[in-house]
Design a binder for this molecule. Sequence first.
Ligand code: BGP
Length: 469
Amino acid sequence: MKIKGQGQFPPDFLFGASTSAYQYEGAYDLDGRGPSVMDLLQRKGGLADYKVGADHYHRYEEDIRLMAEIGLKAYRFSISWTRILPEGNGRVNPEGLQFYDKIINLLRQYNIEPIVTLYHFDYPQGLIDQYGGWRSRKSVDDFLEYATILFRHFGDRIKYWLTINEQDHVIHLPERIGLPGTIDAAEFDRISQQCSYHMCVATARIIERCHELVPGGQVGVAMNPMIGLPASSKPEDVLAAAEYNEIAGYYLLDLQCKGIFSPIYTKYLKDRGAFPEIDAEDLNKMRLHPPDFIGVNYYMNQTVRQSTSDTIAPRGTGVIKREEEGIYELVNNPHVQASEWGWGICPIGLKLVIMELYNRYGLPALITENGLGARDELLPDDRIEDDYRIAYLAGHLKELRDCVQMGYPVLGYCLWSFMDVVSGHDGMNKRYGLVYLNRKDQELLDLRRIRKDSFHWYGHVIATNGADL
Ligand code: BGP
């Protein structure tokens, strides 16, 4: 009899790691790169200096050698849209293409499968200035044009593509879609839902285009599902958790995979006057061109109880809404530990997500991010003893291994992050990497790369194909 919790991953399982361009590359204005919304946010007083990031732009050879040393089978990174198209559309910058040629060719030399995200938060400022960005239907054509350039240029070397990183996250942050942070909540609901709809239309067209241009190409969407557990067995709490999972999670995949607005989400939007302008032909395209796999960025879960309020309020801004008045409320869970930043650590939640996604959409998953943000300490002998990170990653990998052994299709696991990068909200205080980056928020120090204990541990996990977690 097989004992639960043992065994290996399949031999072709993609053990990997992730980064994103704006957090990692630096060289923000070099070799023709144009400005993105993330550069502007930084200028307005971001915590840490993004201009240099981890200076991967100049140190990519050393970095890829470190990836090879761990034995990574895959590396997920994003292409900076404004390196390729400095204004977001129109003129192509050959130096941008050349930079990613170098990265991709070197990865291939080391037999590391490159997984490319087209757009990871760094939307071109040029498109906001030209026509308001995602709020205009023109954004669909421009995203498709950018993707087409990449498919034509890199399609002979890239099989796995991801369209938008965390659409479910980005549409709730006004500055990331070119709106003022002070915008009125009800107006924001209307605009952000229209933006989200345009992103879905663009995604379907990009998937169709990839299948036309890239032989064997596979396209995924990367979501951040924070699965909601009911706070109690009270039926009202169980219902609140189910509603939370629809409204805060699956609504987007229902559109992208099936071309439908679920009944509950339709009502939710209409109650708030935020149902977008849609076209039946777009929904048909979504239905005909669903993604090939679902990218899962999984960090934390939520715990949900019934809302006691009997009024409805706008959704408004912010990635997480603590209370959706009249529907649900998020609460602490005494059975789930949280990170220093209050992120509920729940490896079983990853298993629930994998099961639920497959049951709903019948598509394979690729874990595109999973990791623990912590304040790592650099010890005098250049060691970083991050046993807490190893425990976090091992816990999630065990649940994932169980899923794979049960027969759920999972292409791979790309942890966040290969190296410490500039954290979106917390600068260099919150580190996720297997490799320590020797810099502070504003002091760049020597940007030395130092292997953490988790670096060596992950190398062993890969070498033993996950048998020894
Ligand atoms: C995800 C993003 C990543 C990364 C990660 C950790 O949502 O896709 O880019 O930043 O979260 O987030 P943070 O750095 O804010 O802790």
